[in-house]
Unconditional design. Structure first.
Lengths: 272, 272
C-alpha cells in the first residue's frame, strides 16, 4: 500500500491483521482501529491534540501502580468500566445487579469522615437464589472502598444470613491528584463517589457478584464519578440514636443499620 | 442518573461534560466517549479483555521514555499517526507530501546494515515553491532514523539547492521488545520500516515539512509498520560502483546518490 491517505489508511491497517492467528484478537483490533480512526476523523484531531493525548496516556501508564490504578480510573470516569460491567453481567430480573469494581479512592479524608469514623454500621443481610431459597455457605467479602483493614470476610449461615459491623461509609473522591484528576477538572467534573459498601459474593453454582450498596439520600447518588450507581442498589441506611444493636448488645452511642438481600444468578452449564 | 445501563451510560457520561469550560475539549471528549463505547458494544468486550487492555495501556505508558516513545509506537502501528498527518497536512497538488515523524527504531543493527555502514549516500536536492521558484536559506534537518550522530543541519543556497552525504539507509525495525512489539507479533505483523531518510524543512513563509524519502525497490515499501509510505515519496537511490561524487571528489569505492526536489506549501494569512 503506497498510496495511503486519510481515506485508505483504515482499510490498510485492518488488512495488515489478516494473518493474525487469533480470530478474536483480529475482531477486537479491527473494531478498535475503525473506531479510533473514526474518532480522529470526526473531530479532525490536530497534531497538537494528538501529541497531548499520547502524552496523557503515557502519564496515566506511569502513574498506574498497585493501589492506585490510574488507567482504571480513566476507564471508570469515562464510563467504560460501567459499560463493560453492564455488557457482561446481564442477569435475570430479580437478581441483584452488578456494579463496577471499586476504583481507587483518594487517601485524603473526606469532609465528614472524621465525625463518622467512630460510628458503627451494622450490616445484616441475606444471600438468596432467584426463587428465594437461602444460600448457605456463600463467601462474602465486604468493606468500605479503599479500607483494606476494614475488609470483612465471612460466610452465610444455614438460613443464608450474615451480619457484620464496619465503619459508616461516607462519600469519598477517587484519587484525583494525577492526570485523570486533571482531566476531570478540565471537564468541569468533580471526583466524588457516593457513600457505598463494596461486596464480592461467591457461592458454588452461582455467578460471582461484584457490587456496591449505596446510601439513600447521598448527595452524589446522581453524580457518581465512576457511574456505578444502580437504582436497585440504593438502600436505606437507618440511623439509631441509641439502643439494641443487631448483634444483641446495647449501644449508648448512635449507630447505623443496613439490611440488604443479595439475589445471586445460578450459573448455567456444567459448573456445579 | 441512577438507572445507568448499557443503553444509557454513553449519554450519561456525555451529559456530565456539559459544564466543561473548553468547548473544543468537550467536543473531542464527546466523540471519544461515543466511539470508545461503540467499540466495546460492537465486540461485546469481555471483562478479561477489558482488564488486559488496561494493563497493556499501563505497560505502554511505563515503557514510554525519551528516545523510546512506546505510546507513539502504538499510534504509529495502528495507523493513527499517519491518519492525523493526513488530516492536518493537506497540501495542494504538486507540493511534497508529509509523512509520520520518525518513530523509534530498534537499537539492534538490521541485517545488511553492517555491510552498508561504510558506504556513503550523497543527497543532492532542491527546495522549491509550488511555482518552481527556488527557496534560498531554507533550513534542513535530515538523517537516518534514530541516527542522532548522523543528523545533518544545513541551509539551501541561493538556487535552493543543498548537498550532504550520510550513511546509506537500510530497512530497520521499530523498537519491538516491549508491549507494542508483543501486540504486533500476536497480530502476525512484522516491525520493519523500509529504508528512508527523514527530513524536516523550514523556511519563512512556508509550512514546515516533516517527511521521509523512501528507497525504490525496498522490500518493505508495501508493508511499512508505521504506514508512512506515500508513492510520491519513493525515489531512485542510484548506486555507483566508483567515479566522480556529487561533491567533486573521485571515489574508488561504491557510493549512492539521491536527487530529490522538495516543494513547500506557502503559508496563508499574516505570517511572513
Amino acid at each position: 500500500m503506497r498510496h495511503i491517505n486519510e481515506d485508505t489508511i483504515t482499510q490498510a491497517v485492518i488488512a495488515r491483521h489478516a494473518a493474525a492467528g487469533d480470530a478474536r484478537l483480529r475482531e477486537v483490533m479491527t473494531s478498535l482501529v475503525q473506531h479510533l480512526h473514526a474518532f480522529a476523523r470526526e473531530v479532525k484531531l490536530t497534531e497538537a491534540e494528538w501529541d497531548g493525548g499520547l502524552r496523557f496516556l503515557a502519564e496515566c501508564g506511569r502513574a498506574h501502580v498497585p493501589g492506585r490504578p490510574e488507567v482504571t480510573l480513566l476507564s471508570d470516569t469515562l464510563g467504560l468500566s460501567a459499560l463493560v460491567t453492564a455488557l457482561n453481567q446481564r442477569k435475570p430480573r430479580g437478581c441483584t445487579e452488578a456494579s463496577v469494581a471499586a476504583s481507587a479512592p483518594a487517601d485524603v479524608a473526606a469532609p465528614g469522615r472524621g465525625s463518622d469514623a467512630g460510628e458503627r454500621c451494622y450490616v445484616c443481610g441475606r444471600v438468596l437464589a432467584l426463587d428465594g431459597t437461602p444460600i448457605a455457605g456463600a463467601e462474602i467479602r465486604a468493606g468500605r472502598a479503599g479500607d483494606d483493614t476494614g475488609q470483612e470476610r465471612l460466610l452465610t449461615g444455614a438460613d443464608g444470613s450474615f451480619l457484620f459491623s464496619t465503619g459508616v461509609a461516607v462519600p469519598r473522591p477517587i484519587a484525583h491528584d494525577g492526570p485523570v484528576g486533571r482531566l476531570l477538572h478540565a471537564l468541569g467534573r468533580h471526583p466524588w463517589r457516593p457513600a457505598h459498601l463494596s461486596f464480592i459474593i461467591s457461592a458454588p453454582g452461582y455467578e460471582r457478584l461484584v457490587t456496591h450498596v449505596f446510601r439513600q439520600g447521598d448527595p452524589f447518588l446522581d453524580a457518581d464519578a465512576a457511574f456505578g450507581v444502580r437504582g436497585s442498589l440504593v438502600a436505606d441506611w437507618v440511623r439509631h440514636e441509641r439502643g439494641r444493636t443487631p448483634d444483641g448488645h446495647t449501644s449508648e452511642r448512635p449507630f447505623t443499620t443496613l439490611d440488604f438481600a443479595f439475589v445471586l444468578n445460578a450459573t448455567t452449564g456444567d459448573t456445579p
